[in-house]
Design a protein around this ligand. Structure first.
Ligand code: 1CP
Length: 373
């Protein structure tokens, strides 16, 4: 489906931005930079706005969610906004009993552990989301109308990461119940994954239709899986999730008179997924997000030298003395030059106690160093 003419990619507002150029595989003159979890917790202006409002209520308030999405763009001059929401928002909207507990994360009223639990959960109809997602579309629309030529990235949790919360009932270290269910009850597992893919895919599509210029799928906990488990029991659901946005295209002027169709770029990121990089690209992602464990030149080698990369400054170094962080960022940029294109990011989210001035300084460093090369 072609995005409508007012969409920032179709209208040309964001199609030539540094971020979208890099995501489409062309290296822009200056390396773009944004940070996972840049909105929220590390910013005093966020903490001020959040007082007295529960996380999931903030996500469903279009004015608040769009304002929080804009805060880091204003403050740090990053090359993209990321929509302020959470991966469990579509679960809540479809009727799952989930809340976000401060300092902990998503917690389920009831863990999904048996085939009967899966049947009960999947009786909730994902089509309900088409109307329930209205506050999300409104929030994206508001944010995009103020971002101008800075692209907004939409995001969603990958089916496995969402299933990990559903089956564990909350945050977990090794996701052992999820991995047990995968093997003990393969049919129930497949049903759970297919349902989750539908729910999360609709959430992602709503954001792109409302004006997001790229889509990032977070499979944060896929690193808990073996390659075989990932390929056989998880990747098909991730393919089904991104199918909800894979058909969305926009048109740009080509070499001469002709027009070229482009897909909305899709980024796929996981933590501890060095062994899975190729499979994670193979689900149909355009860009692979690399965590801080695998250097970008090595990630590029594993991906055959043909895939735009995003990453991978170690978040721990944000609290190190500036010269240590600067040397590390220069090294990440140099290794990133081996790939077809590179979007600088962290290897995981911004730690909550990060000094925001360090992030602002890091953005100018990336812009200055890459412009001088
Ligand atoms: O700038 C941004 O990126 C902020 C928007 C955002 C995003 C992209 C939030 C707000 N959550 C997410 C995605 C998200 N949520 C992921 C994928 C990214 C990642 O790996 O970090 C995951 C795994 C979650 C689940 C989640 N929600 C956690 C992690 C818990 C665990 O298992 O370790 C937590 C702590 C939350 C709550 C949450 N989400 C977002 C915020 C600001 C908060 C804190 C809420 C609060 O103040 O209580």
């Amino acid at each position: 489906m072609i995005l409508d003419a007012q969409h920032p990619l179709s209208s040309g507002l964001t199609a030539d931005s540094r971020l979208i150029q890099a995501y489409q595989g062309t290296r822009p003159a200056v390396t773009p930079v944004w940070f996972m979890r840049q909105a929220g917790r590390s910013l005093p202006e966020y903490r001020e706005l959040r007082v007295g409002t529960r996380m999931l209520d903030v996500c469903l308030d279009p004015e608040l969610a769009s304002e929080i999405s804009l805060q880091p763009v204003r403050r740090h001059q990053v090359d993209a906004g990321i929509f302020f929401s959470d991966i469990v928002v579509p679960l809540k909207l479809v009727g799952v009993d989930v809340s976000i507990v401060a300092g902990k994360g998503p917690v389920l009223g009831k863990a999904v552990r048996t085939p009967a639990d899966v049947d009960e959960l999947t009786a909730l109809d994902p089509a309900l989301l088409d109307t329930a997602l209205a506050p999300i579309s409104a929030a994206v629309g508001l944010a995009v109308s103020q971002l101008g030529s800075t692209p907004l990235i939409g995001f969603a949790g990958a089916p496995f990461t969402l299933a990990a919360y559903l089956v564990e009932g909350g945050p977990s270290k090794d996701h052992i119940h999820a991995r047990t269910l995968m093997h003990a009850e393969p049919e129930a597992w497949a049903k759970l994954m297919a349902w989750t893919a539908d729910v999360t895919g609709r959430f992602l599509r709503a954001q792109v239709l409302a004006g997001a210029s790229a889509a990032q799928l977070f499979d944060s906990w896929a690193g808990a899986l073996s390659l075989v488990d990932y390929a056989e029991s998880v990747a098909p659901a991730s393919i089904a999730a991104i199918a909800h946005v894979r058909d969305l295209t926009y048109t740009v002027p080509g070499q001469g008179e002709e027009l070229t169709d482009r897909n909305v770029p899709i980024v796929h990121f996981g933590v501890g997924t060095g062994e899975l990089l190729k499979e994670m690209h193979n689900i149909g992602a355009d860009v692979v997000g690399v965590d801080y464990r695998v250097p970008l030149d090595e990630a590029n080698r594993r991906l055959g030298g043909a895939v735009p990369l995003q990453g991978n400054v170690d978040p721990a170094l944000l609290a190190a003395p500036w010269p240590v962080l600067e040397a590390h960022v220069r090294d990440v940029l140099e290794r990133g030059r081996t790939a077809p294109s590179h979007v600088l990011n962290l290897g995981h989210g911004v730690p909550p106690d990060t000094n925001p001035d360090v992030l602002t300084r890091l953005v100018s460093l990336v812009h200055d160093v890459s412009a001088a090369e």
